[in-house]
Design a binder for this molecule. Structure first.
Ligand code: PLP
Length: 481
């Protein structure tokens, strides 16, 4: 399979090359030139497959012979071996028409494990074959860093450096990163904020000369195509579990997904699932107060606003980088148009054409939720059923409820809210939600067994000045280059 840049002006890459590539050198993101398409009879025949078997079916056409089938199966098995639920992505029913898809049973308790466990093993496989060692540098405000570290800690051909803003990530999030004591894992606490970390990572990619032995940097943020690809699978999995197709491939019920959205990676995977043949009635973009996507879909206002810090921090973004991948489709693969839109956005605002917006609205719907309503949803659900939603999932659940009550006719759509994190990662929000209940209490969600001793484990990290040359010297020293 061939991969092309959304800005139309970068080399065409193979699957292996795209896994190792970050941004395209024209500044764009890589996407497949054409998508594989499955008919509904074939999709229906997958209803009884295990999660891992389904991963193989869906990923196989993208890999297109660049990894042999047996090796691909081994990579997939390794990727999901550390998940603590045998269904990998179990469904939990909230009410007659609303389900949550629990994507938090991986090692770091957030959905990012689905992609980063897979990516770590895939990278290691290609690097082994090439006899090459690479360096991963990433910035994190919380979830990505720990998922990337867990995904790479056993990789023999990768050294990973994760920058987090010193004293600005939660204790659980920091400890999930800093208690991994593998020799190839380096945590840097930068005396600055998340933007400082991210800017230093960007600058490192732009000028890699500090790696004097010519080693290459690899990106593991959600611009990496392999991450998006791995996330397509659970849309198929959930739909099949809920019986949307009968054995003849005919539609049995309509399904919608509500997706707590930040960078638009997770929900874009749902869009791809639909394009690949899975019948989806609606994809609901659930955002917090950082609502650029909601403003875009509902009123064609895609303008940058200052970042707001909310109780769902993993969705706090000003601009969603993966939205460019959708735009590329909406503009029928016209890279020049995308260049124009992005340069408008850099000035502050981009305006979608009527046609592009209308096409987006055929599938996408959007809602923006305030912290208060999110907390009320956590409280209500706990009060009703004892189930505790994490703050990101609660945004998705609230959006799903708005969507369901907006339907005028009696036709109702089974809605699946993606549960992107385990509530134990965000105890402060859960505690605040308790204040909405008469006895003002929701018991603190417990960390799963494998993390019970998280707060007793030894931590290892380096606090460094907010200065690119200091960071580069540290990296070079640790790598011995
Ligand atoms: C990363 C993250 C999101 C947002 O996902 P995107 O792919 O960036 O849209 C939502 N919830 C949690 C818990 C996350 O970690």
């Amino acid at each position: 399979m061939k991969f092309i840049s959304t800005r139309g002006d970068a080399p065409v890459l193979s699957f292996e090359e795209v896994v190792l590539a970050g941004l395209a050198n024209d500044g764009g993101l890589y996407v497949p030139e054409t998508l594989p398409k499955f008919d509904t009879i074939e999709i229906a025949s997958w209803a009884t497959l295990s999660y891992q078997e389904l991963v193989f079916k869906i990923i196989h056409p993208f890999v297109d012979g660049e990894v042999c089938d047996d090796d691909l199966k081994v990579i997939i098995d390794k990727a999901y071996q550390d998940f603590r639920h045998e269904d990998i992505a179990p469904l939990h029913q909230l009410d007659e028409k609303l389900w949550v898809l629990e994507l938090f049973h991986g090692p770091t308790l957030a959905f990012k494990d689905f992609a980063l466990q897979f990516l770590g093993h895939l990278l290691d496989y290609f690097l082994q074959k090439r006899q090459q060692r690479v360096v991963i540098i990433g910035a994190t405000s919380g979830d990505t860093g720990s998922a990337a570290i867990e995904g790479c800690k056993r990789c023999e051909n990768i050294d990973i450096f994760i920058l987090h803003p010193h004293e600005r990530v939660s204790d659980v999030q920091r400890r999930q990163m800093t208690t991994v004591l593998a020799d190839n894992v380096f945590n840097i606490a930068v005396e600055g904020n998340f933007d400082d970390c991210q800017n230093m990572v960007k600058a490192s990619f732009a000028d890699q000369s500090f790696l004097t032995d010519g080693r290459q940097l690899v990106a593991v943020n959600s611009i990496n195509w392999a991450r998006i690809m791995a996330q397509i699978v659970y849309y198929f999995y959930a739909a099949l579990k809920l019986g949307v197709l009968n054995r003849g491939g005919q539609s049995q019920k309509e399904i919608a997904f509500s997706v707590p959205t930040g960078n638009f990676g997770d929900i874009f995977a749902g869009y791809l699932a639909n394009k690949m043949g899975l019948p989806i009635e609606r994809l609901i973009i659930a955002t917090n107060q950082n609502d650029i996507l909601h403003r875009c879909i509902s009123q064609n206002d895609h303008s940058k606003k200052p970042l707001e810090h909310t109780l769902s921090p993993s969705m706090d973004i000003m601009v969603s980088s993966n939205f460019e991948r959708l735009l590329f489709d909406l503009y029928e693969h016209d890279g020049t148009e995308i260049q124009r839109l992005i340069s408008d956005l850099q000035e502050g605002e981009m305006l979608l054409s009527e046609a592009a917006l209308a096409t987006a609205k055929e599938l996408f719907e959007s809602f923006s939720l305030q912290d208060k309503e999110m907390l009320e949803v956590i409280a209500q659900e706990f009060d009703r059923s004892g189930y505790v939603l994490d703050p990101h999932t609660a945004i998705g659940a609230a959006a799903a409820k708005h969507y369901q009550s907006s339907m005028v006719d009696t036709k109702s759509v089974t809605t699946v809210c993606l549960a992107t994190a385990h509530p134990a990662k965000f105890p402060d929000a859960v505690e605040k939600a308790g204040e909405f209940l008469p006895d003002s209490r929701i018991p603190e969600p417990e960390l799963p067994k494998h993390m019970h001793d998280l707060f007793d484990r030894e931590e290892r990290f380096q606090i460094l000045e907010n200065d690119l040359s200091v960071i580069h010297q540290y990296i070079a020293k640790e790598l011995g280059v």
